[in-house]
Design a protein around this ligand. Structure first.
Ligand SMILES: [Zn+2]
Length: 214
């Protein structure tokens, strides 16, 4: 059995002959001087919504945390294992990023699970069920709305959960403090994987709008 799948080895060879070759100076500088990304992105694990691809970013530009449905839990210093909170702490306290972007996306399986928690193969007690419990009040409110189609409910919860996660970011004392000082900005965005459209959250209203990209 091979050490790695063929697709990955082929991709690595292409990377070394292409992107690494053309950006080797940058990689060496990043190795020597360390990373200094300006932006942290909290994105979903979904294979179709990779932030570096969507924003066309190179090495050293984005500090990325990916989890199921791009959720931020509230600040809970309870001694348990909090992967997302650890990444936030490092990005804000050590790297001093200037922006945090919560990036959601269309057709999110985690959001679908929150809207239909008993759907196979998931059960409410599974890890995903527990994790998506973070947005269960919103999921319950949206899933009970029979005026909306299932597609509308899905998009609504995808966007509501982004606002919810931004609210939870502000429960971290150092994030709230740096935002108030003007050293950190919090943003929301939603990517439609079928059309490639990016929608950005309006900071004043919470609505999602197409940004000017001229
Ligand atoms: Zn997702």
């Amino acid at each position: 059995m091979k050490h790695l799948p063929d697709r990955l080895l082929d991709g690595y060879h292409a990377f070394m002959g292409g992107r690494y070759a053309s950006e080797s100076d940058r990689y060496r500088a990043l190795a020597k001087e360390g990373q200094e990304p300006q932006t942290m992105v909290i994105a979903c694990c979904d294979s179709r919504a990779a932030p570096e691809t969507i924003f066309d970013c190179g090495p050293g530009e984005l500090f990325v945390m990916r989890n199921v449905a791009n959720l931020v839990p509230p600040y809970e210093p309870d001694g348990r294992h909090h992967a997302t909170s650890a990444a936030l702490e490092y990005a804000v306290q050590s790297l001093k990023v200037k922006h945090i972007v919560v990036l959601g996306h269309g057709r999110c399986g985690g959001i679908g699970a929150a809207l239909n928690p008993a759907a196979e193969p998931l059960a409410p007690g599974d890890f995903i069920g527990q994790w998506m419990g973070l947005v269960s009040p919103a999921a319950d409110a949206v899933s009970g709305n029979t005026m909306m189609t299932s597609g509308e409910r899905q998009t609504a919860l995808e966007r509501i959960s982004i606002r919810f996660s931004i609210g939870n970011l502000r429960t971290f004392p150092y994030i709230a403090e740096r935002e108030q000082n003007g050293g950190l900005s919090l943003h929301g965005a939603w990517f439609d994987i079928s059309t490639g459209e990016l929608w950005a959250m309006n900071h004043d209203t919470g609505d999602f709008e197409r940004p000017d990209v001229d």
